[in-house]
Ligand binder design. Structure first.
Ligand SMILES: Cc1ncc(COP(=O)(O)O)c(C=O)c1O
Length: 400
């Protein structure tokens, strides 16, 4: 009997934490001795390292990426009656935060080759709302969103851009600029599975604007402007000292982890291409492999591959997921619905369908990707995906 091969998870955080355990435990011991567990020196140190990484002036740590979005929009005075433009293909928090502030998300479509907001569609929708309050752009799966003419329109109309960079720490856009370069505020998540993950929930905002940074620092502590004085209503979203400490320890490895992610993603792309995968904008055709790769992000763009996502002909995706899971290979659908198709956001669905968002929701599939993945596992995943998808093609060919 042959032994079944090892399972391949979406990510394997235990490997990372095994190596870092001595440093993490030493940090924890120091904190226990200090008796200070919220904000403090470790948070200040992490904030300045993060600002440096993002080539900007200010970073403010908070409890999660979701809170970072809330704090950013609140600091820009988004509130009841306002409209905020936002792509409909993202994690729920991107749009839910707009609604929680009493504002309305104006959903736009995405580009099929990058899965980020479609600047032309976004621009047309932005022009339909004379008093658009803000634009929330999302950098999906590690690739920065190219805003093109939408950024010019926002500048001309003084509409602030908030960048949801929860998935894209360390990324650069097609002009080589770091995340947040076009935005008033960028928001990051350090949820444990992110490229830079805490040991629990954590997040941050980064900005070049000192006044916004101090307002956000107040808002994360209930709106306290001086000891015992609360000038506006904020929330409790202080970053824990231990999370900041863990993040500083991990930050020192981010470059090497990102390099590895990019290497495995390039290997996936090359192997899939060799086996007949289609380009980003090629249509599915009966005699070709029903698998499409996303557009490459050539230098100076820097894709950090939070997720490695391919597109599978919608009718074949469920079968492929089953086949992979039976072989112990993990995969995940991000995102199974557009945000406008979520029951909690249905009131904000546009009258016309968001064609590319809905198609992406039917076709996208994320495959395992983490720094320690290794070439042999990439080859096993590619082989399992292609062998499954090729089967009916081979049957077709025999029949003709
Ligand atoms: C695009 C996007 N926005 C916002 C968030 C929210 O971040 P958090 O889970 O840290 O609240 C996430 C996290 O999954 C995300 O992927």
């Amino acid at each position: 009997m042959t032994a079944s091969p090892d399972p391949i998870p979406m990510q394997d955080l235990a490997i990372q934490h095994d190596a870092l355990e001595p440093a993490l435990l030493a940090g924890l011991a120091k904190l226990l001795a200090s008796g200070r567990f919220v904000l403090g020196d470790p948070v200040r140190a992490f904030e300045s390292e993060l600002a440096r990484l993002c080539h900007t002036e200010h970073a403010v740590g908070c409890n999660s990426g979701t809170d970072a979005l809330w704090l950013a929009l609140r600091a820009l005075d988004v509130g009841p009656g306002d409209v905020v433009l936002c792509p409909a293909f993202s994690f729920f928090a991107s749009a839910a935060t707009i609604v929680r502030l009493g504002a309305r998300p104006l959903f736009c479509d995405i580009r099929p080759d990058t899965l980020n907001l479609d600047p032309e569609d976004a621009l047309a929708r932005a022009r339909s709302i004379p008093r658009l309050k803000a634009v929330l752009s999302v950098d999906l799966f590690g690739r920065l969103c190219e805003l093109d003419a939408l950024a010019d329109e926002c500048r001309a109309r003084e509409i602030p851009i908030v960048e949801d960079a929860a998935q894209s720490v360390g990324a650069r856009d097609a002009s080589g600029r770091p995340l947040g370069a076009q935005a008033r505020i960028a928001c990051l998540s350090f949820y444990p599975t992110k490229n830079l993950g805490a040991l629990g929930d954590a997040g941050a905002i980064v900005t070049a604007d000192a006044a916004l940074a101090s307002r956000i620092a107040r808002l994360r502590a209930h709106g306290e402007s001086e000891p015992g004085v609360y000038t506006e209503l904020g929330i409790n979203s202080r970053l824990d000292s231990f999370q900041a400490l863990a993040l500083s320890i991990k930050l020192a490895h981010l470059e090497e982890w990102t390099r590895a992610r990019r290497e495995w993603a390039a290997r996936y792309d090359a192997l899939f291409r060799e086996r007949g995968a289609l380009g980003a904008l090629e249509p599915f055709e009966p005699d070709r492999l029903p698998l499409r790769l996303l557009a490459p992000a050539p230098a100076p763009a820097f894709h950090t591959y939070h997720r490695y996502v391919v597109r599978v002909d919608a009718g074949r995706r469920a079968g492929l997921i089953d086949a992979l899971r039976r072989q112990g290979i993990a995969c995940e659908v991000y995102y199974a619905r557009g945000l406008h198709q979520q029951p909690a956001l249905a009131a904000h669905a546009p009258a016309l369908p968001l064609v590319e968002v809905e198609r992406a929701a039917r076709e996208c599939l994320a495959l395992p990707l983490y720094p320690e993945l290794g070439s042999a596992r990439v080859e096993r995943v590619v082989d399992a995906v292609v062998s499954h998808l090729e089967r009916p093609l081979a049957a077709n060919r025999r029949a003709t």
